[in-house]
Design a protein around this ligand. Structure first.
Ligand SMILES: [Zn+2]
Length: 224
């Protein structure tokens, strides 16, 4: 039975790198893959998935109105397909997650989705919510907070390094995202007070801080 997979993580965990490597493994064996990514952040006419370590591959862009089951079915008229990959899967609609489930169940093609679990306010994305509900296999792609703990949360900062706690779930501005552990995320977003001289000094409190520890550390796949 073909399965619907969901690999989730915080920001900058290397999800796209893992996706591209997995697709490459199929193609190396002479099998065909179909890659999707969200049209939301795609630059004009740039139909590809690229990873921060410099590799990329052509991809179809999906918007909220697209019927992915229908698209994959049509694609099969050009020849066999062995796996469908979806990047930025948090932006899938509920219906589209079900369309992908049907690709696995009825077209018997495995579907591997990669995306963020929660937004900068700690809320599930629509696509992630549905994937967590119905995917056959879920895997966490690990990344690390500045403190060394597993990062599971994301903060959004403006260009000056101020942590933002309000705004749209999808930002098209020049905001920066940093992955943090839950404890430091609560402190960064002001849900837990940072009081006293003993309070840990958070790196994002430093002016001009533009990177996260996650940027420095490679992705670790949680295999269990
Ligand atoms: Zn931490």
């Amino acid at each position: 039975m073909a399965k619907l997979y969901f690999s989730y993580a915080a920001m900058n965990a290397g999800k796209s790198t893992i996706l591209l490597q997995a697709s490459h493994n199929y193609r190396e064996r002479g099998m065909n893959t179909l890659l999707y990514t969200s049209s939301l952040y795609a630059e004009l006419d740039k139909k590809s998935i690229s990873s921060r370590i410099g590799i990329s591959a052509p991809a179809e862009l999906y918007g909220r109105e697209d019927d992915l089951y229908e698209q994959v079915s049509l694609r099969l008229e050009n020849g066999p397909l062995h796996c469908v990959f979806v990047d930025e899967a948090q932006f899938l609609t509920r219906d589209q997650v079900w369309q992908l489930a049907r690709v696995a169940d009825r077209l018997r093609i495995p579907v591997m989705c990669y995306g963020l679990r929660t937004d900068f306010q700690g809320n599930l994305f629509e696509g992630s919510r549905e994937l967590l509900a119905i995917a056959d296999v879920m895997r966490e792609v690990r990344t690390i907070c500045e403190c060394g703990s597993k990062a599971t949360m994301v903060v959004r900062m403006d260009e000056k390094g101020n942590v933002l706690t309000k705004g749209d779930q999808v930002s098209i501005g020049r905001d920066v995202y940093v992955s943090l552990c839950r404890k430091h995320w609560e402190e960064a977003t002001g849900r837990w007070p940072l009081a006293g001289a003993d309070a840990p000094k958070l790196p994002f409190a430093e002016a001009g801080m533009q990177h996260s520890g996650a940027d420095l550390i490679g992705a670790l796949l949680d295999d269990d």
